[in-house]
Ligand binder design. Sequence first.
Ligand code: GDP
Ligand code: FE
Ligand code: FE
Length: 201
Amino acid sequence: MNNLEYQLNLLPYTRAELVNLVKNQVSEKRFKHILGVEQAAIMLAEQYGECTERASIAGLLHDYCKELPDSDFIAAIEKYHLDGNLKTWNNNIWHGMVGVYIIREQLALKDETILHAIEIHTTGAAQMSALDKILYVADYIELGRDFPGVQSAREIAEKSLDDAVAFETAHTLSYLIEQRLAIYPLTIATYNRYCAGKKQE
Ligand code: GDP
Ligand code: FE
Ligand code: FE
């Protein structure tokens, strides 16, 4: 799969160039995770008949901003005139929700379907495209992940993307509640739609 050649001109880079850019941006451990997410995303895209090239790019870029200092995110919130409430959150939320603006500019990525998947890859959303679900789930089940429940998540992902989103969201929420961590509103929206089956407002 590592010889996937990009053909859609979604970026001004070959896959090999993109891999190198990502490699220079993160630690070795995170780089391995990112390659794992790319592979998982490509596999899910093949399985569910979605675009493997978009899955690859989304996987490679989803944590591109994960190791930036907090001050870069605060500066980006100002620069791109984003909702000031974002400043009250932290890296866990910023690397996707704010990172996507940095990625759009730095890497000249214009494909909105990929950008949206990256934006919400941590939280999910009430309305998720197939690519959104693929990235959200791939991030959770990539082969380097090792936590109680990951094997169940992998099995569920083979049968239904929506069920995999629900499984992951319920587990993440339980964890956040146990740890008394703040829950981002989009995470609750994902729970209401995919776990509780609530109709959209
Ligand atoms: P990673 O970037 O590959 O580590 O994975 P994610 O981007 O999916 O998640 C990053 C972190 O954000 C994880 O520790 C999640 O548990 C956490 N997280 C997910 N949703 C929320 C939320 O609503 N609030 C907070 N505070 N953290 C969250
Ligand atoms: Fe992430
Ligand atoms: Fe990740």
